[in-house]
Design a protein around this ligand. Structure first.
Ligand code: B1M
Length: 218
């Protein structure tokens, strides 16, 4: 059942079939945890990306698919929130600045991270996409955020994650704020290389890692 729905969702995305994708998303929610549905939707987009790379899909198709997968994520949002809200503890005062770094307009994954963090009780300051290091660091200073989350989807923009860390150091606030990085080209070793405090592979892991960075369950 789980595999069947997963494959049907991936197939619907590859066929650029919005109606079927949204119908299957709703159907899956009755049978599967929302995290599994996210993983099927993300896999569909990932495979679209692979086809794009091979010249078998084009940018307009990628844009359309990303837009309707975003709609599917919105259907899942209340269900994701329910799960996290049940576990939400005393994180209400903790502020997390989240952004997709400069030059990068991929924001679906970053939006999921923001949704999950705010459902878990964090005060999320989401700066959006294509955000400069200067803007991110200034917002950290202005809000006294304890954590900054940086998303990058391109090998050409991931260097801006490091730029933010360097700027935090230059401004003398690196010790005051934890940095978590994520996005397709990032990894644990990348996080270590640039001096980030954590790497998360997905939005659920991002919540777990942010809690751990702040000392675990309150
Ligand atoms: Co683009 N794109 N894209 N794209 N795109 C990729 C990333 C690519 C891998 C596709 C491919 O070729 N296989 C490739 C990058 C190659 C590389 O760098 N090596 C690529 C390219 C080349 C480009 C353009 C350059 C194409 C062009 O114009 N020639 C261009 C760049 C634009 C720019 O940013 N300047 C471009 C444009 C676009 C669209 C606008 C069409 C669209 C984005 C729409 C949008 O985001 N609003 C798009 C899409 C949809 C993709 C793919 C297909 C899907 C990305 C996605 O949304 N996945 C992508 C293929 C891929 O990733 N393999 C691709 C679903 C999302 C839920 O997953 O974002 O990975 P993801 O987020 C996950 C985790 O990574 C993690 O948690 C999330 C949820 O679990 N995570 C974090 C993410 N951020 C995190 C932060 C954290 C923690 C975890 O802590 C802070």
């Amino acid at each position: 059942m789980e595999n069947d729905l997963h494959h049907r969702i991936v197939h619907a995305i590859l066929e650029i079939d919005e109606e079927e994708t949204l119908k299957l998303t709703k159907e899956s929610l009755e049978k599967l945890p929302p995290e599994k549905v996210i993983s099927a939707l993300s896999e569909g987009l990932r495979q679209m990306g692979d086809l794009f790379e091979k010249g078998q899909r084009y940018i307009p198709e990628l844009v359309i698919a990303a837009e309707f997968v975003d709609k599917a994520f919105k259907i899942l949002e209340p269900h994701l929130r329910q799960g996290e809200e049940r576990k939400a503890g005393g994180w209400k005062g903790a502020k997390v600045v989240v952004a997709t770094v400069e030059g990068d307009i991929h924001d679906l994954g970053k939006n999921l991270v923001s949704t999950m963090l705010s459902a878990a009780g964090f005060q999320v300051i989401d700066l959006g996409k294509d955000v400069s290091a200067e803007t991110i660091v200034s917002k950290v200073e202005e809000t006294d955020a304890q954590v900054v989350g940086l998303s990058a989807l391109l090998t050409t923009t991931m260097a801006h994650q490091e730029e933010v860390i360097k700027l935090l150091t230059k401004r003398g606030i690196r010790e005051k704020v934890k940095v978590i990085v994520g996005g397709a080209p990032a990894s644990q070793s990348w996080a270590e290389q640039i001096g980030a405090d954590a790497y998360a592979e997905n939005a659920m892991e991002a919540v777990r890692k942010v809690k751990a960075l702040l000392g675990g369950e309150p």
